[in-house]
Design a protein around this ligand. Structure first.
Ligand code: FAD
Length: 470
């Protein structure tokens, strides 16, 4: 027998629960379906566990460099991975339980456990039950990609999910993928005490960022003893006894890298292959992302896609903003749009990279006259006091509109300091609104007005240098 609802939400990631509760509070009868763990990727195998582990890794790092601050620790700093993991597991368990309790405790919300698959455009089957609703919201997220690497089917390897279950330290971790997820794990495990090698196919790390950001990140990571191999065009892996060998180069160059563990961090793919979307008539693009319009509607009336699965963002904050957009359109008569969103994100290395809007490369491609303000962290008092002066802050301004169009802050507290810039960008105010503001001393943020007072024209790209201001 078909069970009817006003709305069905598939997935309890960063958009689904908030949307289910909002709709329920508006009087709609809502079913929300989850096949694994409440809270999805961010809560269970993404942001929360990794940032918890990074906190342990940072504590180990600070203890190791304590002497620089005039402290003496007698004996070695050793990491007990079982306890590190237990701490992570406890924080994750609390978060996932909170999401479940929130949903189960909300009137009008029915929680259904199992895998949802479309059987009609407005009905899904879940474990022998059929649920139907005029509106269905797909928030099924993504999973680690399994790239085509020669020999990968013959070796044991970890993904960003599997590595979270390690309770013993790898002797030598090889990370294939020098982008956001790979670099966080690389630094984390180096700080835990593993030997770490990062192997990246592109000529530089985090190739989406400007060259100078990639170069500075490389310097930071190499400074901690992480080996980095870029331009690994001919990647192949093979078993070597209990170890794994990674071949990175087509011809000459150093031989195979042999490690005890292999992490494949080579991107993510959307969970759309097993949803029965073809039955519903929902279109996906070449990479499997659900095609949506600016209000996140698919071409099938009543069907929407939110979060990573729609390819319009790859972060919890974009997924949550998708919820806000859908709720505003459905319940508030407010025509909010995805295209109003300014791209923002962070890479949580230490120091972190925080980004908003355009890179310099994108600013140059836009053809707009652009100004750039830049300051190295070595010239930020707070960073010097903390003894952590690596990185730089850079802000891009449209020379005609005076609006901030991009920012890359790589340095301590960058992930917090960027929010003043993000808010001004969203307000549509000119950069002078920050430049004339009085900020608190001594902070990282206090130097942002200063660098905005030193704007210079953005020059053409210089090969390999990412060309900044004159
Ligand atoms: C290692 C790692 C670290 C990360 N760290 C950060 C970070 O620090 N900051 C940041 O901004 N982003 C980070 N991210 C990205 C972030 O986790 C994701 O962007 C975010 O979780 C996406 O949320 P979502 O709502 O789209 O989907 P998800 O959180 O993936 O949720 C989807 C849910 O749907 C369920 N589901 C799927 N298919 C079905 C089905 N057919 N039936 C029923 N249920 C289904 C899944 O089980 C899952 O619970 C990280 C990602 C990873 C992998």
């Amino acid at each position: 027998m078909t069970e009817s609802f006003d709305a069905i939400v598939i997935g309890t990631g960063q958009a689904g629960p908030a949307l289910a509760v909002r709709l329920a509070k508006a009087g709609r009868r809502v079913a929300i379906v989850e096949r694994k763990r409440f809270g999805g990727t961010c809560v269970n195998n993404g942001c929360i566990p990794t940032k918890t582990l990074i906190a342990s890794a940072r504590a180990a790092h600070v203890a190791r460099v304590a002497e620089r601050y005039g402290l003496r620790i007698d004996g070695d700093v050793r990491v007990d991975m079982a306890r590190v993991k237990a701490r992570k597991d406890a924080i994750v368990a609390e978060s996932t339980a909170n999401v479940e309790a929130w949903l189960r405790g909300t009137a009008n919300v029915t929680v259904v456990l199992g895998h949802a698959r479309f059987v009609e455009p407005h009905a899904v089957a879940v474990d022998g039950r059929v649920l139907a609703a005029p509106q269905i919201f797909i928030n099924t997220g993504g999973r680690p990609a399994a790239p085509r690497i020669e020999g990968l089917d013959r070796v044991a390897y970890l993904t960003s999910t599997g590595i979270l279950e390690l309770d013993r330290l790898p002797e030598h971790l090889i990370v294939v993928g020098g982008s956001y997820i790979g670099l966080e794990f690389a630094q984390m495990y180096r700080r835990f005490g593993s030997q770490v090698t990062v192997v990246e196919m592109a000529p530089r790390l985090v190739a989406r960022e400007d060259d100078d950001v990639s170069a500075a990140l490389r310097q930071i990571l190499e400074g901690e003893g992480i080996a980095i191999r870029v331009s690994a065009e001919c990647l192949a892996v093979e078993p070597r006894g209990d170890a794994v060998a990674v071949h990175a180069r087509c011809s000459e160059g150093p031989g195979a890298i042999v490690g005890s563990h292999l992490l494949i961090a080579a991107g993510r793919v959307p969970n759309t292959h097993d949803l029965g979307l073809e039955v519903a008539g929902v279109e996906t693009d070449a990479k499997g992302y659900i095609v949506v319009d600016d209000s996140l509607a698919t071409r099938v009336p009543g069907l929407y896609a939110l979060g990573d699965v729609n390819g319009r963002g790859a972060f919890p904050h974009t997924a949550f903003n998708d919820f806000e957009i859908v709720a505003a359109n459905a319940l508030d008569g407010d025509p909010r749009r995805v295209s109003d969103r300014i791209p923002v994100y962070a890479l949580f290395t230490d120091p972190p990279l925080a980004r908003a809007g355009m890179t310099k490369r994108e600013a140059r491609l836009s053809g707009r006259p652009t100004l750039v303000g830049r300051r190295t962290m070595a010239r930020v008092g707070r960073a010097r006091e903390r003894g952590e002066t690596l990185g730089f802050m850079e802000v891009l301004v449209d020379a005609e509109t005076k609006r901030i169009v991009g920012a890359a802050l790589l340095g301590i507290e960058a992930d917090e300091a960027i929010h003043g810039i993000i808010d001004i960008m969203n307000a549509g105010a000119p950069y002078t609104a920050i430049q004339r503001a009085v900020h608190i001393h001594p902070t990282v943020s206090e130097l942002i007005p200063t660098l905005l007072g030193e704007l210079a024209p953005l020059g053409p790209a210089r090969d390999g240098a990412g060309a900044a201001a004159a």
